[in-house]
Design a protein around this ligand. Structure first.
Ligand SMILES: *[C@@H]1O[C@H](CO)[C@@H](O)[C@H](O)[C@H]1NC(C)=O
Ligand SMILES: *[C@@H]1O[C@H](CO)[C@@H](O)[C@H](O)[C@H]1NC(C)=O
Ligand SMILES: *[C@@H]1O[C@H](CO)[C@@H](O)[C@H](O)[C@H]1NC(C)=O
Length: 303
């Protein structure tokens, strides 16, 4: 670095994170067919569909399009959330959109079984405690109010988005590329809406914790970067200017790299995050028994 000012620990961290990403075999692309890659995404689409539908409507995929679950078990937990009317309507729309996404993949490449999903408040509680580095008292309740719910949602579509960005360059067929590009369009729209709703509340304290909405997003993003182990690819809604658009904004409504283009993640990185274990071989988190489809299953067999 040419910069003569003393290294802040922040830059040092960035440097370490980017070094780690560039030469680490854990961050290398994987070999897989188009079908396997597209079906891998269904794991996330199932999670989003069930989470959004159950929290906005009080019922999930089995009441709307049970055939898409292909006999997979119903999720554990998941509850109607106490949302303000506008948020509830937005989340209901997102939920139905995820049904559409599942149907698109099912129709165009064939489906996979719905994996067992853990949508219990306790699972979010564990993730939030991990993110802030201490046990929140009272325990974090994702379903208790709009802000809590938006923070819980912050945990989800972004991971789908970076996964789609990471998938498209490796697809061979026109059909797969056009399908995933179209899924990415809506997924990134959902993430933008959720982040905007959070940004409007950035400075508000998340009651009863002495911590703002922006601080929570920073902690959750840091946790995801740590779990994935491939550098900085996830940023909260407020950042130091060095991470803002053109190094000029502290607002960070969209999480993006120095060129303001989307970060991307490989399937193993995604699994380390959604399993909340930091290992693609060790299921847990939202997927107590792991994901389905050839890619997720290939890691489960090894261990
Ligand atoms: C869901 O997650 C919670 C919190 O980690 C855990 O106590 C519970 O056993 C999990 N449920 C299943 C079915 O794995
Ligand atoms: C809340 O946090 C701020 C710093 O973030 C601190 O100055 C303040 O004393 C804290 N208040 C309580 C009640 O813990
Ligand atoms: C922003 O800062 C980073 C590192 O501090 C640098 O690599 C990048 O070129 C800067 N971007 C602009 C647009 O100046």
């Amino acid at each position: 670095m040419r910069n003569s000012s003393p290294f802040s620990s922040f830059f040092l961290l960035l440097l370490l994170l980017s070094r780690k990403a560039s030469c680490d075999p854990r961050c290398e692309p994987i070999e897989a067919s188009d079908v396997d890659r597209v079906q891998f995404a269904m794991n996330l689409e199932f999670l989003e569909a069930e989470f959004f539908l159950r929290s906005s409507l009080g019922q999930g995929l089995d009441s709307i399009a049970p055939y898409l679950a292909q006999g997979g078990p119903p999720p554990v937990g998941g509850a109607k959330a106490d949302l303000d009317p506008i948020t509830r309507r937005i989340i209901e729309e997102f939920g139905y959109q995820e049904v559409g996404h599942l149907r698109a993949i099912y129709t165009r490449v064939g489906g996979i079984r719905r994996p067992l999903l853990n949508l219990s408040a306790q699972n979010f509680e564990t993730i939030f405690d991990q993110a802030v580095g201490r046990q929140l008292q009272p325990p974090f309740n994702p379903y208790g109010n709009t802000v809590n719910y938006l923070l819980a949602s912050y945990v989800i579509p972004y991971v789908g988005l970076v996964g789609y960005v990471g998938t498209i360059p490796f697809l061979e067929s026109y059909n797969s590329k056009s399908l995933v590009a179209s899924l990415l369009g809506v997924e990134s729209g959902q993430d933008a809406v959720l982040r905007t709703l959070l940004y409007e509340r950035a400075d508000e304290k998340v009651e009863p914790y002495n911590m703002t909405v922006a601080e929570f997003t920073g902690h959750l993003s840091r946790l995801r970067n740590e779990l994935a182990m491939c550098g900085l690819k996830d940023e909260g809604i407020m950042v130091p200017k060095e991470l803002g658009a053109e190094n000029r904004t502290t607002s960070n409504v969209l999480s993006a790299d120095v060129y303001s283009v989307s970060y991307s993640r490989t399937p193993p990185e995604i699994l380390r995050i959604i399993y909340d274990s930091g290992s693609e071989y060790k299921p847990g988190g939202f997927y107590p028994e792991g994901g389905n489809g050839r890619i997720a299953q290939s890691f489960l067999k090894k261990d």
